[in-house]
Design a protein around this ligand. Sequence first.
Ligand SMILES: [Zn+2]
Length: 503
Amino acid sequence: MAALGRFAAGRSVGYNHAFVKAAELNQIRLHDTLRNRLEPLEPVHKGEVRIYTCGPTVYDFAHIGNFRTFVFQDVLRRFLRSHGYRVLQVMNLTDVDDRIIQKSAAAGVSIREYTEKYIEAFLEDMRALNLEMPEEMVRATDHIEDMVTLIERLQQKGLTYTSEGSIYYRISKFPAYGKLSKIDLSGIKAGARVDNDRYEKDDARDFALWKAPKPGEHFWETRIGPGRPGWHIECSAMSMKYLGETLDIHTGGVDLTFPHHENEIAQSEAATGKPFARIWLHAEHLIIEGEKMSKSLGNFFTLRDLFAKGQKPSSIRFLLLSVPYRRQLNFTMEGLKQAENSVERLRNFVRRLKEEKFAGGENPAIHKRAEKAESDFDAGLADDLNTAVALAAVFDLVRDINTAMDRKEFRQQDAPRLIAAMEKFDAVLAVLVDDDHDKLRKLGFGAAQRQLPVEQIEALVEERQLAKKRRDFKRADEIRKQLADSGIILEDTKDGGVRWKQK
Ligand SMILES: [Zn+2]
């Protein structure tokens, strides 16, 4: 973890030669919050989409509502990549704010030490949900100098004032303020509190760029005085540092629209005179069983809370991505059960494709059907990431092909084509690999069950098949029970074989 401060994943995606094909495919359109309409995606740099994502404030575990937004962003980047784009995504880790300063002081450790375990936990959670790592994950505390430089630019343009050692942004100097959230600030009087800052400012709408240290607090000694950065300046400074002054896409949860993103626009556009982001995407709220998630209602879940209840990472990912991002998502235990079944359905389908023996040859109608599903899937996602349409394309295909198999219309040479289609879908969905148990075990959940090595499982399955052949059903049943005790379920396949899977 030591090197995390700013770790580059090496932009490992590489330059995808397939990007030239993007123009032939569906034009991607995304709903821009600022203009409140669908906009075609036209990246500043040909073939590359540059995305900034507001990351977590690392003073606690991220909750399931946060992960709704992170899963949506993962679907976005995976879809863009599958479409042939190179993606350059930056996510910040807010590792300095009022709560972090208070909590680390209370714990008697440095900010760095305090946030370390939550950053580690966040990365573990990301891996559990198969979230691809952004190309850059950057810590606020590693970018104090960049923030100071940006504040100086704003000072030189006369957009700031200092009060009791803190530096504020004077909103009245930026007439476009409010254009993203369409919020009417005319009714807010001086002295009213818009944000939670407990600092003196000329106008309630003004926000702190730099906060003077309070007694005993951690601070940085800089050219603009001692103190620490405000939250908003962090995102403006780090996004422009890595992505340029105009980003292609800025994403976040809908609750960040005001004041956070509004303030980012005010800071960035006033400093550069250029549009800050071409497209703003905001994920709607998640509610739990029809109610707002809150600690007092006892319906507040981190990912680990759900794992402890026996929920699988793949079910959670599937449920979170199944509702298009601009719709409110009602997260329910019943929905999780259905998501688990849906994932199981897809995995079983792929197993069937790989394991069942079909009559030789191929059926051109099957290939056509796969092609249609792929193009429906793409078209759904190209239409503002409509995952509901994309998933319908997948499940319709699974149903039709299962029917064709049952009717013996499916041929052996059709299987690779269908497997390729499922892999294409999974490049975005990322639920097919059956690794939930391994992931949970690594995180310390579900470790109670005794695990058998794969070779031993295979040997027992083989032995049971032989026992059945010689009609020794007693032995066959014993083996089935032994496997079941270790969490292994056996399923007979239609061609007389058997397959096993973990419960
Ligand atoms: Zn941000």
